[in-house]
Design a protein around this ligand. Sequence first.
Ligand SMILES: Nc1ncnc2c1ncn2[C@@H]1O[C@H](COP(=O)(O)OP(=O)(O)O)[C@@H](O)[C@H]1O
Ligand SMILES: [Mg+2]
Length: 261
Amino acid sequence: MIIKIEDASLWRGSKFLLKNIDWKVQEGEQWAILGLNGSGKTTLLNMINGYLFPSSGKVEVLGKAFGHYDLRELRKMIGWVSTAIQERFYLNESALEIVVSGKDAAIGLFGEPAREDVNRASALLEQLGCSEFSNRPYQTLSQGEKQKVLIARALMAKPKLLILDEPCTGLDLFAREQLLRYIDKLSHQSDAPALIYVTHRTEEILPVFDNALLMKDGKIFAAGRRDDLMTEEVMEEFLDVSVKLDYKDRRHWMNVLAFPE
Ligand SMILES: Nc1ncnc2c1ncn2[C@@H]1O[C@H](COP(=O)(O)OP(=O)(O)O)[C@@H](O)[C@H]1O
Ligand SMILES: [Mg+2]
């Protein structure tokens, strides 16, 4: 079992951030989490990574129940790619240094890294098509380049679970397709980690993500087979608007027919 969440809720004062979350991710399953801004996606990820503790209910990740396990050890097994969180850590470090430091999930490099780690980091950057800028400072990279560096960094620790939190934010159409193509390739590797792809756009959900968790107002609106949930009926109820959903290249492209006043 990769993730087992049982009736978990999280509140701040009298406000619920997450309510009655029940979710199981089995080995070999690939999930997408879909929800509008503020629906609780990142909060749920914070809980899975052990940065937020459920106010009630149970959370078990990679077979480790929270409260009975060293969270630092657990976090080493989870790669969490989120520009929003990681951007602030890196400025002048080179892409290569950032990837190497991912080995111990540490921020910044202490001491001289081992040759084999540098080689592995270079190989990861090459796989992602980043070799040409591996020595450039992070802050000089484009959004798409940064995103790929963060993915390479997360992979450096050989995680069992890789979470991609809105990885296409800020990417143009072409950079987005390029990144999605890489994620598709990664998902088909024999040693690939379990993947969770978080987005607010249906068309980013690649065919490999055959399960979907729909989040709304801190609650699970629906969970199940992606193709059962990616229908106009379900999406209209989910978003409270009329939509048109087109299926192209095994992805679901959504248009809202009329936005509310
Ligand atoms: N620590 C916190 N204290 C109070 N409210 C929070 C906290 N963290 C997140 N929220 C609120 O929870 C809601 C869900 O946020 P978030 O999980 O970031 O949404 P998403 O990632 O789906 O866009 C938002 O309304 C946000 O303001
Ligand atoms: Mg978020």
